[in-house]
Design a protein around this ligand. Structure first.
Ligand code: NAD
Length: 435
């Protein structure tokens, strides 16, 4: 099929390359010339495992190209819109300017019979509004909303083999045709038995935000238990294991630590709350404000733990392991690690931070921080070591070897991802969260 993908960021670039990998003819379009230049020579503009390989194979097949010229969309029949929906600067709502601009540019080049497919995470009601715009500008085209559930770090796999497909489509024949076309786009996943939920626009939009709200709530739930564990001497990791054995609860997403960050969960729960308030239903999701607060309190708790262990922050040498919001990504959007590193530095600590992939992004955001190329360099002469992003190379560090490099053997494990016994046996003061 002939596909255009508008917006080639973490979602769109992976989607474009994966669709070409699956055999479709794809053009990726973005307003960011630097990103297009990089993608055009087959270079991923960000770190995502597996993306370089699909970019390379798709480029070699001749089925994938990138441009900043929207006119290229005219060659496609199905147009995925994957532009950003960040939080507005002065509130909680989603900033819809990029989606609106993308639709307005795209509609100049859409033909009768084309299918426009929204992939961005949007406030409920957006698709209905955009369908009206399409009816006015290009009544021969149809809109579907197909929310994306990929996880950064596993984005290619999640795109090629999603765990479910959700289509928001209009009623009647146009909706049936849209469902059929999307099933053709995702033919390999559909043939493999991937569940397909074809529904109305509002449900599809809400599926995405409610999934993220649920995941955020699960994380904040266990972090709230960590707060209680900290004042009672209980161990939240044992608690999570014990409650996780209940199949109704499940162990996944019950790891207490510094909480969630990134370009999705934090802004999505805030945008959901903001939209619910607009709809006069703020009470229904008021718990999400608490979920957000619990999450942010964990970042403060880590800063306080460093202060407690070092007897202050001014002049204290802190080696920070991790900057990305999670391992296997270079994404620093709303990263707990970067925020904690910056807050420590602002309070006078001498921070040296490292990350296997996110140093360059972090340097652009926080040029005042000191960065190191390796964990060994970051922790050299440190008074406190802080592990915040659980990259395998950090969780596999040898406490004896690392112990020889630091000034004081104090480690704060912001992800509860180390073996406390092994670190204590090597002479370290070990502090986790909620244990
Ligand atoms: P991103 O910031 O990495 O990418 C957005 C891209 O859109 C950028 O390259 C930007 O230059 C481009 N863009 C902005 N305005 C444009 C326009 N008018 N025309 C063409 N391109 C334009 O963001 P992202 O992480 O890829 O997220 C995109 C959307 O997908 C968001 O709504 C996000 O919530 C959703 N989403 C993201 C993920 C994820 O893991 N990153 C997962 C699921 C859903």
């Amino acid at each position: 099929m002939r596909i255009s993908v508008i917006g080639c960021g973490y979602l769109g670039a992976v989607h474009a390359a994966s669709m070409a990998h699956l055999g479709h003819d794809v053009v990726g379009i973005d307003v960011d010339e630097a990103k297009i230049a990089s993608l055009s020579v087959g270079r991923a503009p960000f770190f995502e495992p597996g993306l370089p390989e699909v970019l390379e194979s798709a480029a070699a097949s001749g089925r994938l190209r990138f441009t900043s010229d929207f006119a290229a969309a005219a060659d496609a029949d199905i147009h995925f819109v994957a532009v950003g929906t960040p939080q507005v600067a002065d509130g909680d709502a989603a900033d819809m300017r990029f989606v609106d601009a993308a639709f307005s540019s795209l509609l100049e080049h859409v033909k009768d019979g084309d299918l426009i497919v929204g992939k961005s995470t949007v406030p409920v009601g957006t698709a209905a509004r955009l369908a009206e715009l399409i009816a006015e500008k290009q009544p021969g085209a149809t809109l579907a909303w197909n929310p994306e559930f990929l996880r950064e770090g596993f984005a290619v796999k999640d795109t090629v083999s999603p765990d479910r497909l959700v289509y928001g489509v209009p009623d009647g024949a146009a909706g049936e045709r849209a469902t059929g076309l999307l099933n053709e786009v995702y033919a390999s996943a559909v043939a493999a038995g991937t569940p397909v939920i074809s529904t109305d626009y509002a449900t599809a939009e809400l599926v995405k935000v409610s999934a993220n709200a649920f995941l955020a709530t699960k994380i904040s739930f266990i972090n709230a238990m960590a707060e209680i564990a900290e004042v009672t001497g209980a161990d939240v990791t044992k608690l999570a294991d014990a409650i996780g054995h209940d199949a109704r609860i499940g162990r996944r997403f019950l790891n207490a630590g510094v909480g969630f960050g990134g370009g999705c969960l934090p802004k999505d729960i805030r945008a959901f709350s903001a939209r619910a308030r607009e709809l006069g239903q703020g009470d229904a999701v008021r718990f999400l404000d608490e979920v957000d607060k619990i999450n942010l309190r964990r970042r403060t708790r880590v800063v306080e733990l460093v202060r407690e262990e070092a007897g202050g922050l001014a002049g204290v040498r802190v080696g920070v392991l991790g900057l990305a919001f999670k391992p296997h990504s270079d994404d620093i959007r709303d990263s707990p690690a970067l925020e904690i590193a910056m807050r420590l530095a602002e309070a006078g600590a001498l921070v040296t931070a490292t990350d296997p992939q996110a140093v360059e992004n972090a340097r652009r955001r926080a040029p005042g921080l000191v960065f190191a190329d390796s964990a060994e360099e970051a922790v050299r002469d440190a008074d406190v070591v802080l592990l915040i992003t659980e990259w395998p190379e950090f969780t596999a560090l040898d406490p004896v070897g690392i112990g020889a490099l630091v000034a004081h053997r104090t480690i704060i494990d912001g992800r509860n991802s180390l073996d406390p016994a092994a670190w204590r046996a090597a002479g370290w003061t070990y502090r986790g969260l909620g244990r």
